[in-house]
Design a protein. Structure first.
Length: 448
């Protein structure tokens, strides 16, 4: 696209049309990833029963933590690489990539060793019950052994401008994972071990594609050489500091999930943990349009903010918030009407179906508020207000959720766990909306 055409699109295209154009590809990518998670849960549930899902659900916080490490290094390096390439400093960009490789593999090896040495203690901390321990142990051991393959290198490739190849690194392994899961679980009867092996095998494909891109294909503009592998601790520190918000957000989610599992272990046991494992995947999948819309909103807010088009940025935020709010209401009503049917797809256990449909109806009500709050957070993030955007990003799933979870669970028991989701989402929505309004009033006062 020519620069002039892109400028007209970003500055003049009607807000709803622009958002759909920018968010469409992101929605497709997020949907593909979440669709894999749905199939993975479905295969495990049908192949091993509700206990298999419960075992994986208990270990899910560890999976999020590994993703947090990968995302932190990937996003930090991508920022450095894209800015270096913009300045024409290919040497700095190549050093950023190689130092990211070194940091990631050193961290992944440390996590693998520590995780395997203290595996049972780690699982007990995350809330595993005695009956779910065999499933959780079998799954987590394989995931830890494959931690070195859980790379975030697609963001580095995207930073070079090779967005199509970066998409392939997501889509091809995910398709392979679905096929491998069905083979290992149903044909070879490997249970949760098969699910873990399928996941690691898919990660190996992704890692192999990254290695091919950087070192074999000749497509990379970095032209990495041996001299670029010299450690640069200052550069490492810069990349970590840039990616730190991602780590805090995802790490906070991991801690929150551990608390949910531990409370479920106290109040309900295996059945509720298994039900929540299914419900969590359903909610994440249903949220894919919100995630895609947020990814589409960020660059257009940033562009128009940089062009000093404040009125247009406010219109974009309002349009995105309306889209997210309408979708959230529709998704909640649809889930409420079809909760039992959704649970029946994943499990034949009547108790898990009943508990899951009950919690699904309550938790999904958070979508009414969380989508709008996400757009408001992205608005401040794209506007360059890092501290405020980080605070708002942590609100819904950490700062409001964890205290709300502890208070409501202590007051209402098991139902309090479920009500913590919409209550914290509403609180975060209120604070974020107040912040947006305050920013508008301050700007109007300054203009007056």
């Amino acid at each position: 696209m020519e620069d002039a055409q892109k400028r007209r699109m970003m500055e003049e295209m009607p807000e709803p049309q622009l958002l759909w154009k920018m968010a469409g590809p992101s929605m497709a990518g997020v949907m593909a990833y979440n669709l894999y998670n749905i199939f993975d849960t479905l295969f495990v549930s049908q192949g091993t029963g509700a206990s298999g899902v419960g075992g994986i659900a208990v270990s899910f916080p560890l999976f999020i933590f590994l993703s947090a490490v990968s995302s932190t290094l990937g996003s930090g390096a991508a920022s450095v690489i894209s800015r270096a390439l913009g300045k024409g400093d290919i040497n700095l960009a190549a050093k950023a990539a190689t130092n990211t490789f070194a940091l990631f593999y050193a961290t992944a090896l440390l996590i693998t060793v520590c995780g395997l040495v203290w595996l049972d203690e780690l699982l007990m901390f995350m809330g595993v019950t005695q009956s779910l321990m065999p499933y959780a142990r079998a799954y987590t051991r394989i995931i830890l052994l494959g931690a070195v393959t859980s790379t975030g290198f697609s963001s580095l490739i995207r930073a070079e401008g090779s967005s199509r190849y970066a998409m392939y690194i997501w889509v091809i392994p995910m398709c392979a994972n679905i096929v491998l899961d069905s083979l290992f679980i149903f044909a070879l009867h490997m249970g949760v071990t098969g699910a873990a092996v399928g996941t690691v095998a898919a990660q190996c494909i992704s890692m192999g594609m990254s290695i091919y891109y950087f070192f074999i294909s000749g497509k990379s503009v970095l032209h990495i050489q041996r001299r670029h592998f010299a450690p640069d601790f200052s550069l490492m520190g810069e990349m970590i500091s840039i990616g730190l918000p991602s780590f805090l957000q995802m790490g906070g989610q991991s801690v929150a999930l551990v608390l949910v599992n531990r409370l479920l272990k106290i109040y309900s046991g295996d059945m509720a943990i298994s039900a929540y494992g299914i419900v969590n995947r359903i909610i994440v999948f249903i949220s894919f349009p919100i995630q895609g819309l947020a990814q589409g909103l960020a660059p257009v807010i940033g562009y128009n903010k940089g062009a000093d088009k404040y009125v247009r940025t406010k219109k974009l935020l309002k349009t995105a918030a309306i889209m997210a709010g309408v979708y959230g209401i529709g998704a909640f009503l649809a889930v409420l009407a079809g909760a039992e049917g959704l649970m029946r797809i994943f499990t034949g256990d009547p108790q898990v179906q009943h508990t899951g449909s009950h919690m699904l109806g309550i938790i999904s009500s958070a979508l009414v508020f969380s989508g709008i709050q996400t757009m408001e957070t992205v608005y401040f993030q794209a506007a360059g207000k890092k501290a405020l955007s980080l605070f708002l990003a942590l609100l819904g799933q950490v700062l409001c959720f964890i205290p709300g979870l502890l208070v409501l669970a202590n007051t209402l028991g098991q139902d309090g766990i479920w009500y913590a989701f919409p209550v914290s989402a509403f609180a975060a929505f209120g604070i974020s909306t107040w912040a947006v309004g305050l920013e508008g009033r301050r700007r109007n006062s300054a203009a007056g």
